[in-house]
Design a protein around this ligand. Structure first.
Ligand code: MF3
Ligand code: CO
Length: 292
């Protein structure tokens, strides 16, 4: 997309108050060179300024606090509707709004995905956590219009070695991807690292559902997949914020959506799936994890 032409002495588009020539002029020239070489490049609306980053971090604080509380309290015998209530109550007590609630018709405050549920699991009184279950709790918060989004896996009671390994390797996949996040690198550097680590461990990564830009909206560009290759996908520049949230399957990558509600996603082969989600900021020197 074309950006509007801006004079070198005009105020910078990032609202720093500085003149363009001493602020983002060189930055834009570097992006333009990458675009000329055929790379996908970010538009200005994906680049957060310092003030926006501060506001987004305030939102992240709620998301982290909620997941920390769930981590301490989740246990065998609990039903996932109780988790939904905790998320709603804590988020609103802290001045936020659960972002999933009514998002495109989603009817709950959180997603709780158990075992072969890949994502978007509906909290329910009928889903009672039992020993041996692995569950992803995916939390997202809106605070003063700024969005945060992260998820963690929890192991209930005694877990099989197979499931333990899936949960651990999935977390390692996120860490391997994160290590590739740096300014003037590419989103595909991250994606390939995630995929390679899953594959090396005999797992597959869900292809149809990915991460996303986040901060000013729940889901922004770019779409963040893991079947990408090093040097491909969007150029990463300081100020971009996106999630890394691979869904890693013990068996085949294939999934289906429950036609009863058009939300809940399951593995086709019934084998377990795990997911961890972090929110990462591209900085001048590398990256900063904002939410986990
Ligand atoms: N938290 C999910 C994500 O990581 C969003 C799910 S959409 C919802 O992007 F409506 F189910 F919340
Ligand atoms: Co997300």
């Amino acid at each position: 997309m074309m950006q509007k032409k801006i004079g070198r002495n005009d105020p910078c588009w990032c609202k720093s108050g500085k003149k363009y020539k001493v602020c983002h002029a060189d930055f834009d020239a570097r992006i333009a060179r990458a675009a000329a070489q055929g790379h996908i490049v970010p538009t200005h609306d994906l680049i957060k300024n310092a003030e926006q980053i501060e506001k987004i971090k305030e939102s992240c604080k709620i998301n982290i606090a909620v997941l920390d509380y769930i981590e301490k309290n989740i246990c065998e015998g609990m039903n996932t509707a109780q988790i939904d209530k905790i998320v709603y109550d804590m988020t609103t007590d802290m001045g936020g709004i659960p972002a999933p609630l009514n998002y495109e018709g989603y009817p709950y405050s959180v997603c709780t995905s158990v075992n072969d549920q890949v994502c978007h699991g509906f909290p329910s009184e009928d889903v009672i956590l039992k020993s041996g279950d692995i569950v992803n709790v995916d939390c997202s918060t809106i605070l003063n219009g700024y969005f945060s989004d992260s998820s963690r896996m929890f192991c209930i009671g005694e877990i099989s070695e197979d499931k333990k390994r899936l949960v651990r390797v999935t977390k390692e996949c996120v860490e391997a991807g994160l290590a590739e996040v740096k300014p003037w690198g590419f989103l595909g550097d991250m994606g390939q690292a995630v995929h390679d680590h899953a594959f090396a461990n005999g797992y597959t990564v869900v292809r149809e559902i990915g991460g996303h830009g986040v901060g000013l909206e729940f889901h922004e560009e770019p779409w963040v997949g893991y079947n990408s290759r090093r040097g491909e996908e969007m150029l990463l520049v300081p100020g971009m914020i996106f999630t890394i949230e691979p869904m890693v399957n013990m068996g085949k990558p294939d999934i289906y959506i429950d036609s009863k509600n058009d939300w809940e996603v399951y593995t086709e082969d019934g084998l377990p799936s795990a997911q961890w989600e972090i929110m990462v900021l591209v900085t001048e020197n590398g990256h900063e994890v904002l939410c986990w």
